[in-house]
Ligand binder design. Structure first.
Ligand code: A2P
Length: 345
């Protein structure tokens, strides 16, 4: 699609919003289009890369916005995403607010872009960006599912602190500094236990009576929605580790049809967005848009079993990059449902 468009980043001062802005710049979208930044009233007036942050409040002017990339928490999305849509924008929402809505496509750009229905009369105006841990796993697993069908997954995550946002990063830093100085670490505020030099055996929170965390439920539900297959059994343990950026996952896969290891390797080598690696690590994935897949091997305990280790920058492919890639798909799709560009832009 042609013409100068107006793209809003909502939550522009946050851990993911900041990276969204970087991605827009790196991919040249900030030169081709007008970028508007929104955050809470606390940040109003701050200047980021020459752009002034606007407060998202009742006075905010939402007119003329074509695409809004939201990463300001589910509460903010629930209130404001429908208002942006009402004002004419197509919203790509990084929160969990709408992911379970059957009317809202949950899209990984390399895996199920067809769910956007770009160019069709019913093109989505509200699009959900998947959970970061699900996202990277889908990039790695979609080619395997297409070829052999996935019957069951057993996944353990090693999730970095940036997934919880900037307050959590500050908490990790403060605790680590204090510990290294031989002082008592400040009491945890964001996490239920110390995160520096520790591992927290449950990432996310527990809803009443549930023995799985919300992070684990997201991976279970979202995997089936994205791969469009309700029959995939998904067992997950989500864990928080004291890594700043980059989620890791040990993934055990049982396929329906036998998939030879060499064929799995070929599929992954050819998969868009995948780098086939030996032993991936979060530090090596930091700042990269690709998903690193390593430790690929047969699971000797099952004839159709495979195992792999999947690592990606959770702020990039796990969140910001995918949202920007969806924006690119929307911008590229002629007549996809964005209204005509405003004459003044
Ligand atoms: P602010 O920096 O002004 O608080 P993170 O995930 O790193 O915690 O970042 C959350 C992002 O969401 C920040 O940009 C934050 O802005 C923004 N945000 C939080 N609450 C609101 C709100 N009620 N309205 C708009 N933006 C919000």
């Amino acid at each position: 699609m042609s013409g100068r468009r107006r793209i809003a980043v909502v939550g522009a001062t946050g851990a993911v919003g900041t990276v969204m802005l970087q991605c827009l710049t790196e991919r040249g979208l900030d030169r081709e289009h007008e970028i508007l930044l929104f955050a809470s009233e606390r940040s109003a007036g701050r200047v980021i890369n020459g752009r002034t942050v606007r407060a998202l409040d009742e006075r905010a002017d939402l007119s003329g916005i074509d695409i809004a990339l939201f990463s300001a928490g589910a509460g903010t999305s629930r209130i404001w995403a429908p208002r942006f849509v009402e004002a004419g924008a197509t919203v790509v929402d990084n929160s969990s607010a709408f992911r379970r809505d059957p009317e809202v496509p949950l899209v990984v750009s390399e895996v199920n872009p067809h769910a956007l229905r770009v160019g069709e009369p019913g093109a989505a105006k509200l699009i959900a960006n998947p959970n970061c841990s699900t996202m990277q796993m889908m990039v790695a697993l979609a080619p395997i599912h297409r070829e052999a069908g996935i019957a069951r997954l057993v996944v353990s995550t090693y999730q970095s602190v940036s997934g919880t946002g900037q307050r959590a990063l500050a908490e990790l830093d403060a605790q680590a500094r204090a510990s290294l100085a031989g002082e008592p670490a400040p009491a945890p505020q964001v996490y239920p236990d110390l995160i520096a030099f520790n591992v927290i055996g449950a990432a996310g929170s527990f809803a009443d009576g549930d023995d799985h965390t919300d992070e684990e439920r997201k991976m279970m539900f979202e995997t089936c929605k994205i791969l469009e297959d309700e029959e995939i059994a998904v067992a997950v343990t989500c864990v928080r580790v004291p890594v700043r950026v980059g989620h890791s996952e040990a993934v055990n896969i049982e396929t329906r049809a036998h998939l030879p290891l060499e064929r799995a390797r070929e599929l992954l080598a050819a998969a868009p967005g995948v780098i086939l690696d030996e032993v991936p690590s979060p530090l090596r994935s930091e700042g990269r848009d690709e998903v690193f897949v390593g430790r690929l091997r047969r699971d000797p305990t099952h004839p159709n079993g495979l195992a792999m280790f999947v690592v990606a920058d959770n702020l990039r492919k796990g969140a910001a990059t995918n949202a920007v890639q969806i924006a690119e798909l929307l911008l590229a799709g002629a007549g996809h449902g964005l209204s005509a560009p405003a004459a003044a832009l």
